[in-house]
Design a binder for this molecule. Structure first.
Ligand SMILES: NC(=O)C1=CN([C@@H]2O[C@H](COP(=O)(O)OP(=O)(O)OC[C@H]3O[C@@H](n4cnc5c(N)ncnc54)[C@H](O)[C@@H]3O)[C@@H](O)[C@H]2O)C=CC1
Ligand SMILES: O=C(O)[C@H]1O[C@H](OP(=O)(O)OP(=O)(O)OC[C@H]2O[C@@H](n3ccc(=O)[nH]c3=O)[C@H](O)[C@@H]2O)[C@H](O)[C@@H](O)[C@@H]1O
Length: 480
């Protein structure tokens, strides 16, 4: 029986291994982590992450050929294939701070593998890493290899949160990079055999190591660039009276452009887009490609611009001050169908409003008060370290309350900001919400989920990203 061990039971390690276990009943899969609470949660009825369809997959396989354990060394030493899916945050100190990937967790995992391995191993990079990481890992593993043969493969993950199970069951492609030696090719085949149990052969792409590593960074950079492009257009739409949804539809009909990923928003979030682009920028700079670095940096600058543009709209529309005013925040997760708040645009928007002394009442169906308070008090990039290394108990911010009911969040509020596109926000009783709010009542839709015209008929003043402006807002221009 092939034995797989995955180091890192997070958003990638957990779902990915669950699907491998589901589709490969003859493979034993053990997911290990240094975080005891995380592993306990994986072994309970309340999984540590919210992902549609995940519970069912885990229920089918757990205890059969899928196991979760904190006994990292035992399972690593017994495995034939070791996936490494640990955090690769942005460095906050020292060389490359604010840009380069922090490979502390990767390096410690590699050193541990070297310490405990007693047989040949295929080590698979599942985390997103800088190009040439495999070379560094190879050095760590082979430096004191005790005659063990290590093959390093790059097998980046392309799943998106909220659709992870569907993405894993039916991926556009699986990418495997390896050495072009006979041993390297043998290792590629071993991993390919695992995926080939359910992924059609033509969707399994094999490349050299550096192409696979770079393809992951490039894919995220291209995706994020698309959002920054449409968000940049949204600003121009507001200035000219064009409607960004109509523009997106019209350009998306061109088969060379395509319709996906063209939704204007308050900005992209998530644990990876910003981190991976910063990493790409750093690699370009290290290779003397400053023009290329500047090009990609602009994607993040436009994203930051979009978030501050939104805050400025809120403040300027409400007579240039939100001091002491209650603002309801609908949605805190970085996108719908996930409880993940890493790098969510809601953090920057809330901080911007708090900076203008607003008092916030936040509702998100999947995010807890503790998480929101942590996010609003954590330093930049701190969120991407293992949970036991994050700041412990944040001092809670008094102007922030978190409620489990959107109607309660909106009661007596002057304005309402929609920051996540949860489907339920489309179905709320906005008449009831309007009645309970202070007047004039404002809605700032950062995701274009509500029907602005209907809300205007109810009496709201509505701002929708990239849409023709409400006459009220036209008179109150917001400069970012
Ligand atoms: N979240 C996502 O949707 C995607 C993430 N990625 C990449 O995958 C990697 C992992 O991301 P996530 O799963 O989101 O992170 P995560 O933070 O959810 O999970 C990482 C886990 O690794 C554990 N860990 C860290 N060092 C360890 C060690 N030495 N031994 C054992 N466990 C250790 C942590 O305790 C944590 O539970 C990152 O490089 C990320 O860029 C790639 C594609 C999608
Ligand atoms: O490397 C990663 O971590 C992953 O990053 C993204 O996945 P994810 O961040 O989970 O979610 P996306 O659906 O890509 O959304 C990212 C952000 O962009 C925003 N977005 C997305 C699409 C769009 O049209 N407009 C828009 O503002 C979302 O609301 C969200 O805040 C990529 O889509 C995955 O392929 C990749 O594996």
């Amino acid at each position: 029986m092939v034995k797989i061990c995955c180091i890192g039971a997070g958003y990638v390690g957990g779902p990915t291994m669950a699907v491998i276990a589901l589709k490969c009943p003859s493979v034993e899969v053990v997911v290990v982590d240094i975080s005891v609470p995380r592993i306990n949660a994986w072994n309970s009825d309340h999984l540590p992450i919210y992902e549609p369809g995940l519970d069912e997959v885990v229920q089918q396989c757990r205890g059969r050929n899928l196991f979760f354990s904190t006994n990292v060394e035992k399972h690593v030493s017994e495995a034939d294939i070791i996936f490494v899916s640990v955090n690769t945050p942005t460095k906050t100190r020292g060389l490359g701070a604010g840009k380069a990937a922090d490979l502390t967790y990767w390096e410690s995992a590699a050193r541990m593998i070297a310490d405990v391995a007693k047989s040949d191993k295929i080590v698979v990079e599942k985390s997103t890493v800088p190009v040439k990481t495999a070379e560094a890992i190879e050095k760590i593993l082979t430096h004191n290899s005790k005659g063990i043969n290590y093959q390093i493969l790059s097998n980046p993950e392309f799943l998106a949160e909220g659709t992870a199970i569907q993405d894993l069951l039916n991926p556009d492609r699986v990418l495997i990079g390896g050495r072009e030696t006979p041993d390297g090719q043998k290792a590629i085949k071993a991993l390919k055999d695992v995926y080939a149990q359910w992924v059609p052969e033509e969707r399994i792409i094999t490349t050299n190591l550096w192409s696979a590593e770079l393809s992951k960074l490039a894919a995220n950079a291209f995706l994020a660039q698309r959002i920054s492009s449409v968000n940049a257009m949204s600003a121009l739409c507001e200035a000219t009276g064009a409607d960004v949804s109509e523009v997106s539809y019209a350009i998306g009909k061109d088969s060379r452009i395509g319709p996906k990923f063209l939704n204007a928003s308050v900005g992209f979030g998530g644990s990876c887009f910003q981190k991976d682009i910063l990493n790409l920028v750093y690699i370009c700079e290290c290779n003397g490609l400053s023009e290329v670095a500047c090009y990609w940096k602009q994607v993040i600058k436009v994203n930051d611009y979009q978030k501050s543009r939104f805050v400025n709209r809120v403040v300027s529309s409400m007579f240039n001050t939100v001091s002491g005013k209650k603002i309801a925040i609908f949605g805190f997760a970085f996108k719908k169908d996930t409880g993940d708040t890493r790098e969510t645009p809601a953090i920057d928007v809330c901080k911007g409003l708090l900076g203008d002394k607003a008092s916030l009442s936040i509702y998100d169906p999947q995010v807890t008060e503790d998480q929101i308070q942590r996010d609003l008090s954590m330093g930049k990039f701190d969120w991407d370290h293992p949970i036991h290394l994050q700041p412990v108990s944040p001092t809670s911010i008094k102007q922030v309350s978190v409620v489990w009911d959107p109607y309660q969040a909106a009661r007596d509020a002057h304005g309402l900001c929609i920051l996540t596109e949860w489907d339920e926000f489309k179905r709320l009783d906005y008449e009831k919400i309007y009645e309970s709010m202070r007047k004039p009542a404002f809605v700032f839709d950062g995701r274009n989920v509500v029907d602005a015209e209907k809300l205007r008929e109810l009496g709201f003043i509505v701002y929708s990203i990239g849409k023709p402006l409400d006459p009220w807002l036209k008179d109150m221009p917001a400069l970012a």
